[in-house]
Design a protein around this ligand. Structure first.
Ligand SMILES: C[S@@+](CC[C@H](N)C(=O)[O-])C[C@H]1O[C@@H](n2cnc3c(N)ncnc32)[C@H](O)[C@@H]1O
Length: 275
């Protein structure tokens, strides 16, 4: 029984929903409380299809990691990694090459406790409790430095994360130190909530998230694309998540723009040769 509850850290607030636990509830996971499940039900009501959007975001994660593996990347820094669920980065990557190294980062207690639990026998993966708004606390964390060699390509993943960073913390500017820490040939994957095609429902969803521990701000697809700076976007470029390198075109939804998450994967260009 103690093991069954080892993912519940002490002093966790059971009265306010958290983004990590609500996302787990929307994905059908088991590491959430009634307050999170009630929140997930309300989210689905104000923005029908929110659960399907979350599943599509997870499928995007899998396809991105598989693409990166095919292209020689063996190191991953997954920020805002969430509560481990099906198809975590280390599972997808280490199924192809067990030597892959994965550092997870999240600032939510349940996400960190449960990650700790499932990673305890995995020498090539770790979780660090830190805030994306403090890049140094992540990029210089001893556990991150132990696992990841920044003289080799690293893929930084920020999936379904930056809408939790308010404008007052300048999310566009805070991506820069992460991009700067990587060598050419490294990658950055981002997905972010947008309400471009469903503004009224998205406003209702934002209003709901304002009552949680993680208020969220949807942003335009144009703004989201700008987060990649001058990096080279991998085909098909920035897109709604179902459209990004789908497994097959038969199952593509007729309205991918009705999904919440928009993003892409970009490669840091090689510096031009000095003549
Ligand atoms: C919606 S989940 C996404 C999980 C995973 N990245 C995915 O796409 O499947 C967002 C995660 O970001 C975390 N998060 C929110 N704000 C954060 C911050 N300022 N620093 C680090 N993590 C944060 C939440 O705790 C949550 O686990």
């Amino acid at each position: 029984m103690a093991d069954a509850l080892a993912w519940v850290p002490p002093n966790v607030d059971l009265t306010t929903p958290s983004a990590a636990r609500a996302y787990d509830a929307l994905l059908g996971g088991a590491h959430n409380f009634e307050v999170d499940r009630a929140f997930a039900r309300k989210a689905e009501k104000v923005f029908p299809g929110v659960a399907v959007s979350c599943q599509a975001n997870r499928a995007f994660l899998r396809r991105v990691v598989q693409f990166l593996m095919r292209n020689g990347v063996r190191q991953f820094l997954d920020i805002g990694s969430g509560i481990p669920t099906v198809g975590n980065v280390h599972e997808v990557a280490q199924a192809i090459d067990p030597a892959c190294r994965v550092a997870y980062v999240d600032n939510e207690a349940v996400a960190v406790a449960h990650s700790d639990l499932i990673l305890q026998d995995n020498d090539n993966a770790t979780i660090v409790q830190a805030d994306v708004r403090e890049p140094e606390s992540i990029l210089e964390a001893p556990e991150v430095r132990r696992l990841l060699d920044f003289d080799q390509p690293v893929a930084v993943l920020m999936l379904a994360l930056l809408h939790f960073v308010p404008d007052s913390d300048d999310p566009a500017a805070l991506v820069a130190p992460y991009r700067d820490a990587l060598i050419p040939g490294s990658y950055l994957a981002i997905t972010h909530a947008t309400g471009d095609s469903r503004p009224t429902e998205m406003r209702a969803l934002e209003k709901l998230y304002a009552t949680s521990s993680n208020p969220a701000v949807a942003r335009t697809t144009q703004w989201i694309t700008g987060l990649f700076g001058d990096w080279e976007l991998v085909e098909p470029g920035a897109a709604y998540v179902p459209e990004w390198q789908p497994d097959n075109h038969v199952d593509l939804p007729s309205h991918p723009e009705h999904y919440i998450f928009f993003g892409g994967l970009a490669r840091k260009p090689t510096l031009p040769a000095v003549s």
